[in-house]
Design a protein around this ligand. Structure first.
Ligand SMILES: [Zn+2]
Length: 349
């Protein structure tokens, strides 16, 4: 089994100023840049100076406005032969789009997220629109990940809380994977679970959880990055995606106004932790409070009725995917919990 890991890795303040230097170190002197919507205006002057000082030539440029698979195939046809790497700058959509294009063309992708709202910036998967439906497709883990922690810190806080939710929810996804082993014999990759668990623990036990603390931002980013590596090692999203993700996917379909991925998986993770027993539950209860996720959700709650429907619909989201929601009486217990738990009442209306 071949396991890929990002060869170029920079997570630090003002990393964007040095992007040209990093690309030159890798020998990527002619690149294609794919921006997210509105991103070029914000960062072009920094990038232009950095590219010019390291003599990096941009031979193709595009703004990724969607994650439509047909448009991505059109991009693959437009890409000049001289391109040595694709530099993806922006949020999830631009990165997913670029990872897919890079995968088709066998070109390395340098992921430069400007927000951290989920684990996608360093995962080997792309969420794409295929015939009007969202599909998660296997692509390649980015060859490089450059994260300017100052940019992440200054982004609206909903993005980072979403990233935090997509990080601590690995407590319940790892539990579900091990449960599936006990109940169905599904193979668990122990190394992937250890990496994933360590990543979450590093975040949980970090002392100064202040969003103005750039070091804390770096911890969140590097922990999410490690969960991306865990997926690569596992060969699937299993270590990073359990029952809480099924509920979030169902909520995306059902809710009149879906929220952000990591906010949904974070709330769902707390809900399913109640079914998984005291260890998961106590850990989640502690972390949603200490990271201020609970406080943030009190101001940005999910819709309770939509969430309850999503819980019932969740097991149908993926076939042959055993989670705690596959257990008898899970739905009844979780409905009770949603109605009566003090934190659930805070996080949804
Ligand atoms: Zn996720």
């Amino acid at each position: 089994m071949e396991i890929l890991i990002p060869s170029l890795l920079r997570i630090k303040p003002n990393a964007l100023f040095k992007i040209g230097k990093y690309l030159r170190l890798c020998g990527y002197t002619e690149v294609s840049v794919i921006y997210g919507e509105g991103i070029k205006d914000l960062f072009y002057s920094t990038i232009e100076i950095s590219f010019a000082s390291s003599e990096i030539k941009v031979v193709y440029e595009e703004i990724a406005l969607s994650s439509n698979i047909d448009e991505a195939f059109t991009t693959t046809k437009k890409m000049p032969k001289s391109v040595k790497a694709i530099v993806a700058i922006g949020g999830g959509k631009a990165l997913d789009y670029s990872k897919f294009v890079g995968h088709i063309l066998h070109l390395p992708v340098i992921s430069v997220p400007t927000v951290i709202s989920n684990d996608g910036f360093a995962s080997p998967l792309s969420s794409m629109d295929v015939d009007g439906k969202k599909k998660t497709l296997k692509t390649r883990i980015p060859h490089g990940v450059i994260v300017d922690t100052e940019i992440i810190r200054k982004a609206p806080e909903r993005f980072i809380y979403s990233g935090i939710g997509d990080l601590f929810c690995k407590v319940t996804s790892i539990f579900d994977w091990k449960l599936s082993y006990k109940k169905t014999g599904e193979i668990v990759n122990d190394f992937a679970t250890v990496i994933c668990k360590n990543a979450v623990d590093t975040f949980i036990y970090y002392h100064n959880k202040d969003l103005n603390n750039t070091e804390y931002i770096g911890i969140i980013v590097s922990s999410l990055l490690m969960t991306g590596i865990a997926m690569e090692i596992a060969g699937s999203s299993r270590p990073a995606s359990g029952s809480e993700h099924l509920i979030s996917h169902a909520y995306d379909k059902i809710a009149a106004k879906p929220s952000m991925h990591g906010l949904q998986t974070g709330v769902a993770s707390y809900a399913v932790s109640y079914l998984q027993g005291s260890q998961s539950y106590e850990q989640l209860k502690n972390i949603i409070q200490k990271s201020n996720f609970l406080d943030f959700m009190s101001k940005n709650p999910l819709n309770k009725e939509d969430f309850k429907k999503a819980v019932l619909y969740a097991p149908e989201m993926k076939e042959n995917y055993y989670t705690i929601l596959s257990e008898k009486d899970s739905a009844d217990k979780i409905m009770d919990f949603i109605e009566n738990d003090e934190y659930m009442k805070i996080m949804m209306v």
